[in-house]
Design a binder for this molecule. Structure first.
Ligand code: MRU
Length: 350
């Protein structure tokens, strides 16, 4: 694979998405000119990862405006815009970046003068994309600084948090990328991340493309790897962080946090401000997306279990703040007590 991995791009009034469901077998793109197609792509995980979903949703709101402006009478346009936003938000409930981006576009609508808003909305979506790149780079710096003076690091990560999950170099993966640039990585252990294998398919690809020394493990090997391979830290992303620091991320993250506590391994979450949900006091309030049982019964369309076996398929779980060593943000690393640190962080954003 020689082309750089770019999760999405805005091209002549259309949103072009790299179809991540087809990786690593093929690089194919979906050209969306209708916001509903973006909603479907988000639901299917053609575009996925909390920040990338946010950026895709921002552009989807531009697509919605393009349609509304031509087809809806002036007096009803705002209502139609809000309704498109609601549809997009419902495509995946856990990653708060999605509703953050939609609300950001609605705020932009309100701030624009009467008349055609296409340019203003497009500019805002572009700014969200550009900002995400900067946020990734800052998180990478702050995260890598945690390991100053350390060499031969062995880092374990879960799911995919890199260029495919963001508009930049990634959240947790960005930290790994920066550590690799600084010559500090001995090996990255990547969980394959069942049921949809974002770790094997996507992080595996990103590690190989970037020539980062790596080793793929199945999820159930993580504990043994911690015991046998001396892991220096586990670094993962997040889809929604509550005001007390509880962090929702790809299912399997909770188990890693528990394993880290047992093995005395630092457990870091990496996320930008758009992943924080300051309105909820704890992870108990996070709605966990449950997905199609077939994702567990099958691997790449082939049944690996009885076709009618009952299945539980939560896409995310919540790591309690008590198990989190630090939350790496674009402004620095938050540490316990998280309720205090997150309040201060929220204040610093205004
Ligand atoms: O279901 P996915 O693939 O969208 O889940 C992605 C994750 O859980 C990531 O860890 C998370 O979005 C943070 S990443 C940038």
């Amino acid at each position: 694979m020689s082309e750089p991995l770019v999760s999405l791009k805005w091209e002549r009034g259309a949103l072009v998405l790299l179809d991540q469901t087809r990786l690593p077998d093929e690089l194919s793109y979906i050209r969306c000119t209708d916001y509903r197609e973006v909603g479907k792509a988000i639901f299917r995980l053609s575009v996925r990862g909390a920040p990338a979903i946010g950026v895709a949703a921002a552009y989807a709101m531009v697509l919605a405006y393009q349609e509304i402006e031509k087809t809806v009478p002036k007096g009803q346009q705002k209502e139609a815009f809000l309704s498109a936003g609601g549809e997009l938000i419902s495509s995946r409930p856990t990653a708060v970046n999605l509703s953050w981006a939609v609300h950001e576009m609605i705020r932009t609508w309100d701030s624009l003068p009467k008349g055609n808003k296409l340019e203003g909305l497009t500019e805002r979506a572009r700014a969200i994309e550009e900002e995400d790149k900067i946020l990734c780079s800052r998180m990478a710096d702050h995260g890598a600084d945690l390991f100053k003076g350390k060499k031969n690091l062995r880092i374990l990560t879960h799911c995919n948090t890199g260029a495919l999950a963001t508009a930049g170099i990634g959240t947790a993966f960005g930290v790994i990328y920066r550590l690799h640039e600084r010559g500090q990585i001995e090996r990255v252990y990547a969980d394959e991340t069942r049921p949809l294998l974002q770790g094997a398919r996507l992080t595996g690809t990103e590690l190989m493309v970037n020539h980062i020394p790596c080793c793929l493990i199945s999820d159930n090997m993580a504990g043994w790897v911690m015991k046998e391979k001396h892991i220096d830290a586990v670094i993962v992303g997040a889809d929604r962080i509550a005001a007390n620091g509880d962090a929702a991320n790809k299912v399997g993250t909770y188990s890693l946090a528990v394993l880290c506590a047992y093995h005395h391994i630092p457990f870091y979450i990496t996320a930008p401000f758009s992943t924080f949900d300051f309105s909820i006091s704890s992870g108990d309030e996070i709605r966990i997306e449950e997905r199609n049982p077939e994702e567990v019964r099958q691997i790449k369309g082939v049944y690996t279990a009885p076709k009618d076996i009952p299945v539980f398929n939560p896409a995310f779980d919540v790591a309690p703040h008590t198990l989190i060593t630090g939350i790496i943000t674009e402004k620095g690393v938050l540490t316990p007590p998280y309720d205090v640190a997150i309040k201060e962080y929220e204040r610093s954003l205004h």
